[in-house]
Design a protein around this ligand. Sequence first.
Ligand code: A2P
Length: 340
Amino acid sequence: MTNKYDVALVGATGAVGEVMLAMLAERQFPINNIYPLASARSVGKQVAYGNQHIEVQDLATFDFAKAQIGLFSAGGSISDIYAPKAAAAGCIVIDNTSRFRYEDKVPLVVPEVNPEAITEYKHTGIIANPNCSTIQMVVALKPIYDAVGISRVNVATYQAVSGTGKEAIAETELQTRALMAGEAVSCDVYPKQIAFNALPHIDVFMDNGYTKEEMKMVWETCKIMADDTIQVNPTAVRIPVLYGHSEAVHLETKQPLSAEEATRLLANAPGIVVMDGRSDGAYPTAVTEAAGNDAVYVGRIRNDISHPLGLNMWVVSDNLRKGAALNSIQIAEYLIKTDI
Ligand code: A2P
């Protein structure tokens, strides 16, 4: 294969799609042709790729034989129809939706954790990009898991509205403005007011009382770590932050691990920045560190005073970058470095 690639970007006008375009340019991904694709509504609109503006094309009529790599981020129902079509046309799909994540033959990949799984794409032509909250958590779990094992993870997430898409960002901003002006709010994207609030509800409710977002963290952590014995107990919460997910992670290791040793392991792990000064403001937050940056930031690392094998940490990352676009592009970079 040539060393420049034709790339189709499905969902190019969306919150993740825009970041993908920006990051492909920023990371100088070797692109021959880029095809921004969206619905018929967006045909003719222009999207920014580096300093170029490129016209959006209609996904429904696009010939995927023209692309070698397809980055999909337009929702599960769109991937359901078009990802297999693209794969059949020889375009390797990196799918950012949950549609194929739990299929045995589809690898679910975080390059810092299980890059070796990428080659499994040969079964179906599809590689799944995990859920945003899972990605940042497993990046932080990996060095600890490798050193001492992990038996259980309790996690509460504080997730940004951009994970829901552009309409959710707009709703949060509108509600905030309305409330500041003393006006009533309307709720269209979320079932309750999101401005100045916290909603313990992300994605649909499942029969076991957990939400699907929570169960994604359970299923995906085990699949990515290739260890079905890790027990994960999540509570996923949406908060009125625009960009950057935060997570309070409480884990139980198999062997004891001091907070100092955990800090050393995390600081030496790929993709992680430790920020744990134990003083005012010396911890990472979504707005001040994560948003617009690539790393997974870890702070508040401390042993659990209630459990001899417990360790606590605060994990923050940009959900549109490492949680979506960056992880997908890292998978693509790995692919072109290895064997496509
Ligand atoms: P469009 O802008 O044409 O609707 P977000 O997650 O920010 O809501 O973005 C969703 C992305 O998925 C957008 O790029 C949107 O394109 C795209 N999309 C939604 N429905 C379709 C569809 N039926 N066909 C192609 N792209 C779609």
